[in-house]
Design a protein around this ligand. Structure first.
Ligand SMILES: CCCCC[C@H](S)C(=O)N[C@@H](Cc1ccccc1)C(=O)N[C@@H](C)C(=O)O
Ligand SMILES: [Zn+2]
Length: 336
């Protein structure tokens, strides 16, 4: 039956959350039945990540129940994954009126300790998977609320536009995961626009895996001519690596989202920001009403403009400030 349980998250913060107790054995499980069909968090058995990703997708393998003693859970990665999944569930419910990833309350399944020192997290079409990080480049990825928002947004994408995961479509897929993941984390200031800042390079503060506000400030190595993430369509990566640069070119659309929200002048184009509350609804509506599996950057622009027009109609034949911000932002990053 449902019980209030406690445990330490990866930052050593005591968390209190929903779990269940097996009346026969008295064992507790990381299952929160208060959010639709539930939030269930498991641990893997150090199986290599590629094997686990495939087998869990094919066979529905989820790993093992997380053990506890006297209703206290001692696995910080699992506690972080469990608590953060609940927070992202609440974000989609409260802000977008969406009941879980499929809109019908589907169970949220996460498994932590995937692979060994794996510096990544994934969505395998059915559940979220989190690595522990190698301790230097990354720490347990389930500690990043924007990471969990990113992976769960892939779940929303699967159940809506189901955007392809390569080339321009893949970059849009990745960018929507970053945008709604960052908005779910709902930080303020520059931290809103950094991805993975809480679990990235524990000894270096203020950095992240990607920056939405200034993509070109983050070094990515030899993928691009400059060695930095692109912040304009003319600088996009064209090649085979990273499935055609899905984690590279996503920065172009991320920058558009930053400009729509906060405004700014980018390559001489000025945008008047409209704020997070409007921006997140425009991107959610673009995803759920206009994007498709093969959407490219140009179609992302059109989808965002149409979503903005739906939510903020023209007046006297003139586009609203919101529609103008979307058009200007895509002009600024060179997407027509
Ligand atoms: C092997 C399967 C790889 C799946 C890639 C997943 S969806 C992904 O994009 N993961 C994010 C994790 C993340 C998210 C936000 C902040 C930090 C890290 C990601 O960006 N992965 C990078 C490291 C990559 O796969 O290149
Ligand atoms: Zn992703």
């Amino acid at each position: 039956e449902p019980v209030q349980a406690r445990g330490m998250d990866i930052f050593g913060t005591l968390q209190s959350f929903q779990a269940v107790k097996d009346p026969e054995t008295g064992t507790h499980y990381l299952f929160d039945g208060t959010r639709s069909e539930g939030v269930h968090t498991f641990k893997a058995n150090r199986m290599p990540e590629n094997a686990f990703i495939i087998l869990s997708a094919l066979l529905g393998m989820t790993g093992f129940e997380v053990e506890s003693r006297n209703n206290f859970f001692y696995d910080p990665s699992a506690v972080s994954a469990h608590v953060n999944a609940g927070k992202v569930y609440d974000y989609y419910k409260k802000v977008h009126g969406r009941d879980s990833l499929d809109g019908e309350g589907m169970k949220l399944v996460s498994t932590v300790h995937i692979g060994s020192k794996w510096n990544n997290a994934a969505w395998n079409g059915k559940q979220m998977l989190y690595g522990d990080g190698d301790g230097t480049r990354m720490i347990s990825l389930s500690g990043g609320l924007d990471v969990i928002g990113h992976e769960m947004t892939h779940g929303v994408i699967t159940n809506t536009a189901d955007i392809n995961y390569e080339n321009e479509s893949g970059a849009i897929n990745e960018s929507i995961a970053d945008i709604l993941g960052a908005f779910a984390e709902n930080k303020t200031g520059e931290d809103l626009w950094l991805l993975g800042e809480d679990i990235w390079t524990p000894t270096t503060p203020g950095d992240g895996l990607r920056s939405m506000s200034d993509p070109g400030s983050v070094y990515i190595g030899g993928y691009t001519e400059s060695g930095y993430y692109p912040d304009h369509y003319s600088k996009r990566y064209i090649g085979e690596l990273d499935k055609g640069g899905v984690h590279i070119n996503s920065s172009i659309n991320n920058k558009a989202a930053h400009l729509i929200t906060d405004g700014g002048t980018h390559y001489g184009v000025s945008v008047t920001g409209i704020g997070k509350t409007k921006a997140e609804k425009i991107f959610y509506r673009a995803l759920t009403h206009y994007l498709t599996a093969s959407s490219d950057f140009s179609q992302m622009r059109q989808a965002a403009i149409q979503a903005a027009r739906d939510l903020h109609p023209d007046r006297n034949g003139q586009p609203s400030a919101e529609v103008n911000a979307v058009m200007a932002a895509y002009d600024a990053v060179g997407v027509q």
